[in-house]
Design a protein around this ligand. Structure first.
Ligand code: MG
Length: 313
């Protein structure tokens, strides 16, 4: 029999309990808070936070609450066995980070960079810090300097290839894992001295990262993961600047190709620009400059239809 287990907070379980109120049973097993019996699914919620869905509709019922469950694992993400020690900030480290994953237009870029402990003061002097806190102009200035002083690898997953992989069933997490691993290997091959540590700016749980790479022959396993890793070692901040720099260059090139400036992110301006692109240049161009599976594509198509209808009124 199909079954799915979710881990929820007490608050979320109360929500479930009132949602399934018409189906609640008097008899419940020891340690449980409630049992709800639907025609094709039995739901048992335990005091430990575990909620068990059993029966034909288990997956369907559980999927309604899945996002609540993920929120919790987001909060828990910080506690794992791959966290770096605080002393890492003074070590010689290969750091990696990516850009462009949440942007509809433009590629994903991933960078790994090696910063030896002797170079830390120089990079600090250059103003290397979290790329999210820097203007595009400073990113360009700093990146141009970084390129000549530190070993790095900078990879670009262009939109056409991204769409091809995505349509073949690969998720973004796996693409990122493969790119981080590849960039790190490239840097390891470039440097003559041995690094002390490798630090990845965490985008998924470490177990999941290694699962994504399980069919890969060459996986670097001796790595640390941390969220906001650019604050833990300057090599990650340097990687984030390089990745952002490349992303900006790519967006510029794509904007020229499309004949209009392509906005970053995935908000309303993106929908409008994509709609304009569909009308002026045809839908096919999106494949070369956007991540097609984002909801923006459908929104833009609808918007384009409305704009066409409106102009023919
Ligand atoms: Mg990051």
């Amino acid at each position: 029999m199909a079954h799915v287990v979710l881990h929820l907070s007490m608050e979320q379980m109360e929500k479930l309990k009132s949602y399934y109120d018409p189906f609640l049973r008097e008899n419940k097993p020891a340690g449980s808070i409630f049992v709800a019996k639907l025609p094709d699914c039995t739901i048992t919620a335990y005091r430990t936070g575990k909620v068990l869905f059993q029966g034909k509709a288990a997956e369907k019922e559980a999927s309604v609450w899945q996002s609540d469950s993920t929120d919790r694992s987001e909060k828990q993400k910080k506690q794992h066995n791959w966290l770096p020690p605080a002393s890492i900030q003074n070590e010689s480290v290969i750091g990696s980070d990516e850009v462009g994953t949440g942007d509809y237009f433009g590629p994903i870029t991933v960078a790994a960079a090696f910063v030896s402990r002797e170079q830390i003061p120089l990079l600090t002097e250059l103003g290397v810090k979290d790329s999210k806190t820097l203007s595009d102009a400073s990113i360009i200035t700093i990146a141009k300097q970084l390129i000549s002083i530190i070993p790095y690898s900078l990879l670009t997953l262009h939109n056409e290839k991204y769409n091809e992989l995505q349509e073949a069933g690969m998720n973004q997490g796996k693409m990122k894992a493969m790119l981080h691993n590849r960039a790190i290997i490239n840097v390891m091959n470039k440097i003559e001295r041995k690094h002390d540590s490798i630090l990845i700016d965490q985008f998924t749980e470490p177990e999941q990262y290694f699962r994504y790479l399980q069919s890969d022959q060459n996986v670097v396993k001796d790595v640390y993961f941390a969220t906001n890793a650019e604050q833990l070692h300057i090599s990650v901040a340097a990687a984030s600047i390089l990745a952002r720099y490349r992303f900006l260059q790519e967006i510029d090139a794509l904007s020229k190709k499309c004949g209009m400036p392509l906005p970053k992110g995935a908000g309303n301006p993106v929908d409008k620009t994509a709609a304009k692109l569909i009308i002026e240049k045809g839908e096919n161009l999106l494949r070369q400059c956007a991540k097609l599976h984002f909801a923006n594509t459908e929104k833009a198509k609808k918007l384009a239809n409305r704009m066409r209808n409106h102009s023919s009124d």
